[in-house]
Write a protein that binds this ligand. Structure first.
Ligand code: ZN
Length: 474
């Protein structure tokens, strides 16, 4: 009798488990699979390249700072619950006042001091980070780049992009696609936002944080409006019904109790409140002066170097062709073509450019003059706008007429200041501007950039690139 009762209780328990298990599994949100041309290795590589750029452009707290340690600990707790493929996550704190956080493909994440200041509780901070981890899990940035590549790629390389998983990185570089801090691919669609909220909800729940606090925090940012929130909200637009969706997702999970603020959170918050982080404007000004140029992962500073030995920038004699967009150009195969911060395309040797600081390289872009009667007129307008953006840039001589592959063009040299220093002295820079009439009222232009001492040795390479330049009619 007794035995029988025990057996039936065990059976009931087993049955309950059998019934409960699939429900539990189903309760986790399953994001839809997006087309992605990037292999896992490429995903990690583009993210690490972008992270290295961030390290050169922003004030990053040292690796051993207590705020860094805390964010790394909280990040590890969340990552342990992230679904799907495992990525090499890393966490750093930006000494910036505005509320922001961003994650790069393959896992590098950056959280502003201002975000720690603004979080009313640990679940809100975990909410922002869980949401970012979800963008990494779903590879939203490279998926969005993949769909852009599909539209932009000329037919010849489209096959390579979509046909082989291995070639996306090279193709993305050819199309000038980058994942740096201001990349359009880190500005998410509303669909992606909803997915990140739902996957984020599951991560937070599993890690013991109240997922509703994520939605509360986002709503708080939106309510602050013109204050400190917009930087985050411009990359993570409100998909609408945020709170409602999060609550629905929570309702599909077993009720549970959530963690209270840890003592680590309390001391991190205290520390952040006492800190005096920099504003975005201060950071931009300091970055322009090269303040973060030598910041390296690990938080230690390396001494400012002189002009790099020419071996690092030495162009190969073998050229490859960048085709796509409004023009074709060939360039040394050991240099790279990327989306520039101030130009459509930036072709530069490794280490030749960091963000908008270009020591060695070629900027290529188009320009539409106001009203110009001649190519000379249009070139003068472009010159004054370039000199306005770049104080200290001076014309060396007047523009000369040239022909570039049969198209009328103008050529003029400029002198400026290189971002490089030599024994604490700013190095002089020589820039060569070439404009090309596209025949439709617009120009293409190229600025060949080099420190003055290296310009003459690079000139033959620059000339060879210019001779390869062909306007594409669109
Ligand atoms: Zn988002």
């Amino acid at each position: 009798m007794r035995q029988h009762r025990l057996a039936s209780r065990t059976l009931a328990l087993l049955l309950a488990l059998v019934i409960a298990a699939p429900q539990f599994a189903l309760a986790r949100y399953e994001p839809k699979e997006r087309k992605n041309a990037f292999s896992r290795e490429e995903e990690i590589k583009v993210g690490q390249q972008a992270a290295a750029e961030v390290m050169q452009q922003m004030p990053i707290l040292p690796e051993n700072d207590p705020l860094t340690k805390y964010i790394q600990k909280l990040g590890a707790k969340l990552v342990a619950k992230a679904p799907g493929e495992k990525w090499p996550y890393s966490f750093r704190v930006v000494n910036q006042k505005e509320i922001n956080a961003f994650a790069l493909p393959g896992g590098p994440m950056f959280v502003n001091v201002g975000t720690i200041q603004a979080a009313d509780n640990e679940a809100q901070l975990a909410g922002v980070m869980g949401h970012e981890i979800s963008h990494v899990v779903m590879r939203h940035a490279t998926a969005s780049a993949t769909s852009k590549m599909k539209w932009q790629a000329p037919l010849s390389i489209l096959g390579a992009v979509l046909g082989s998983k291995g070639g996306a990185l090279a193709q993305a570089a050819q199309l000038g696609i980058g994942f740096g801090v201001n990349s359009v691919f880190l500005k998410y669609s509303r669909d992606a936002e909803t997915e990140a909220d739902l996957v984020g909800t599951d991560i937070l729940y599993d890690a013991g944080f109240d997922p509703k606090q994520m939605a509360v925090f986002f709503e708080k940012l939106a309510a602050e409006g013109g204050g400190r929130g917009p930087e985050f909200l411009s990359s993570h637009p409100n998909p609408g019904n945020r709170m409602q969706r999060v609550q629905q997702e929570v309702a599909s999970l077993q009720p549970r109790t959530y963690a209270k603020n840890s003592s680590d959170f309390k001391s991190a918050k205290q520390r952040a409140m006492n800190a005096n982080p920099l504003t975005a404007q201060q950071i931009a000004d300091q970055a322009k002066q090269g303040a973060y140029k030598n910041q390296v992962p690990g938080g230690t500073q390396v001494p400012a170097g002189g002009v790099p030995s020419s071996s690092g920038i030495q162009p190969s004699n073998n050229f490859k062709t960048l085709n796509g967009g409004a023009f074709d150009i060939s360039y040394p195969e050991n240099w790279a073509a990327n989306q520039g911060q101030n130009a459509a395309v930036l072709i530069s040797p490794e280490g030749g450019a960091q963000g908008n600081q270009i020591a060695y390289g070629v900027m290529i872009d188009s320009y539409t003059p106001q009203t110009a009667n001649s190519l000379n007129d249009a070139t003068q307008q472009l010159l004054s706008s370039l000199m306005q953006q770049n104080q200290g840039l001076k014309q060396a001589g007047s523009p000369q007429s040239i022909r570039v592959n049969g198209q009328p063009g103008m050529s003029v040299e400029l002198l400026g200041q290189s971002p490089l220093q030599n024994n604490g002295q700013q190095v002089r820079e020589r820039d060569w501007l070439v404009t090309i009439d596209r025949g439709d009222g617009t120009l293409n232009y190229m600025v060949f950039i080099s420190p003055e001492p290296d310009f003459s040795s690079l000139r033959p390479t620059f000339e060879k690139m210019l001779r390869s330049f062909k306007v594409r009619s669109q």
